[in-house]
Write a protein that binds this ligand. Structure first.
Ligand SMILES: Cc1nc(NNC(=O)[C@H](CC2CCCC2)CN(O)CO)c(F)c(N2CCN3CCOC[C@@H]3C2)n1
Ligand code: NI
Length: 183
């Protein structure tokens, strides 16, 4: 099982590289990686397991964060209606998005960043993400709210972008012109 020792931290150049597409249909090796990433997120949200294995809680994970530069992400989060979004996706990409942007009121963090970086991280309020599931099906996920933010954070990792790259340098708490999500 994946634990925090498997998570590379900022300073590792892999976090600044563009990850490569995986071969489709997904091969067993990549399916295994995707499953382990999703399992890590579930474990990290289980109080007993998180404490037992000293896991930082996570709702998303990108493959470069475990030292493998492949375009694989895992997301395990709920939206504000409490609906569960639990996906591992191969070669995900944003195929459309809203003009509107939103922010997590409390800012963002990252399992690869062992420090607080305050500030609003602008994200599209709505996105359609296209990718391939573990079953090999292509899906178009229409997302808003927390799931939309998580998928954008993870897809950024595949392009070597860290959340703090998007914080306004002059005024990190630039008043958002749109809805603010409560974390
Ligand atoms: C928002 C949040 N970010 C948590 N951590 N950071 C992460 O997931 C990073 C990715 C997220 C940072 C902002 C957007 C994506 C990891 N990243 O670096 C991957 O690239 C959380 F842990 C968390 N929640 C709320 C839901 N809760 C349910 C019960 O279990 C605990 C869990 C805690 N919400
Ligand atoms: Ni991250």
């Amino acid at each position: 099982m994946l634990t925090m020792k498997d998570i590379v931290r900022e300073g590792n150049p892999i976090l600044r590289e563009r990850a490569t597409n995986v071969e489709l249909p997904p091969q067993q090796e990549d399916i295994q990686i995707a499953k382990e990433m999703l399992e890590f997120l579930k474990n990290s949200q289980n109080p007993e397991l998180a404490q037992k294995y000293n896991l930082r809680p996570g709702v998303g994970l990108a493959c470069p964060q475990i030292g493998i530069p492949k375009r694989i992400i895992a997301v395990h989060t709920q939206d504000d209606q409490g609906e569960l979004y639990s996906y591992a996706l191969f070669n995900p990409k944003i195929v459309s998005h809203s003009v509107k942007v939103t922010y997590l009121e409390g800012g963002e963090g990252c399992l690869s960043v062992d420090r607080d970086v305050p500030g609003y991280v602008p994200r599209y309020a709505k996105v359609t993400v296209r990718g391939t599931t573990i079953k090999g099906e292509q899906v178009d996920l229409k997302l808003k709210g927390m799931p939309a933010i998580v998928f954008q954070h993870e897809i950024d990792h595949l392009d070597g972008i860290m959340f703090y790259d998007r914080i306004n340098k002059e005024n990190p708490f630039t008043p958002p012109s749109t809805v603010i999500l409560n974390r």
